[in-house]
Design a protein. Structure first.
Length: 262
């Protein structure tokens, strides 16, 4: 299992300060970092490739945001947005497209939307990438109607499970990981406190049990990605998370010196 961190914490800084953010994650020992297309864009592939050149750390995946309602009203446009990210990833070692959908504004035909998402997953596969669905809590509301629609109507789709949101909504993350074996190779991990997410190791999530389960489910090439979305924009938070995962036996690469850059 490989260990990454999510650059969403830094938002637009990834454009102007991406070099130092990626370098810091590399020094800590992370194997990868996830970047959002809504912040970096999809116009400067070579610029991002250059930021990873001569580094051990890799781009673990690129996130793209869509909407449940939009997959009904304009599926061709949503598919084009997703496939654009898939094509952007040409030349990167990990061609993982991490897609999320905002909460629907009302009732939607979940099965119809899921079939449209499946067509996008197939198009990503043809482009040499893999489409993963990143959940929030709403996919598990109302008897998990949205999640079940994706599971049953989008066989080409993989799942980048956000296990923090799964836990927060009260679903069984362990049963879900077992149910989706073969369709999960990328997860986001958080720690749930009393009311909200906290830094890894400061909450109530049984991260030791979770890490052991993920080692089995994800295998050697799967990704465990630590996600902090809000709060202080400090890489030190990711350093502490990495140290915590090291104590659990998940992350083991030592901190490495800054590489000389050409």
């Amino acid at each position: 299992m490989r260990v990454g961190c999510h650059a969403v914490l830094f938002r637009e800084q990834i454009v102007d300060d991406g070099e130092s953010i990626i370098a810091a994650a590399d020094r800590i020992g992370y194997d990868g970092i996830e970047i959002g297309s809504r912040f970096y864009g999809v116009a400067n592939r070579q610029g991002l490739l250059d930021r990873f050149a001569d580094r051990r750390i890799e781009l673990s995946g690129m996130h793209v945001g869509t909407g449940w309602d939009a997959w009904i009203a304009g599926p061709a446009g949503e598919q084009a947005k997703v496939v654009e990210v898939a094509r952007f990833l040409a030349g990167f070692p990990n061609r993982n497209v991490i897609m999320s959908c905002g909460a629907p504004k009302g009732d939607v035909d979940a099965a119809m939307a899921a079939r449209a998402i499946n067509a996008a997953a197939a198009a990503c596969r043809r482009a040499g990438a893999r489409l993963h669905y990143h959940n929030h809590s709403w996919e598990f509301e109302h008897d998990a109607v949205l999640f079940r629609a994706l599971r049953d109507n989008a066989p080409d789709l993989h799942f980048a499970l956000d296990l923090g949101w799964v836990e927060k909504i009260g679903a069984d993350q362990y049963a879900l990981l077992d149910e989706l074996q073969g369709r999960v190779s990328y997860v986001h991990v958080r720690d749930l406190g009393t009311d909200d997410f906290v830094d890894l190791g400061d909450g109530n999530t049984d991260l030791d049990r979770l890490a052991k389960t993920l080692s089995r489910v994800l295998g050697a090439d799967g990704w465990l990605v630590v996600e902090y979305e809000y709060g202080d924009k400090e890489m030190e938070r990711y350093r502490r998370a990495y140290d915590y995962l090291s104590k659990l036996g998940v992350a083991s690469a030592p901190e490495i010196p800054e590489r000389s850059r050409p």
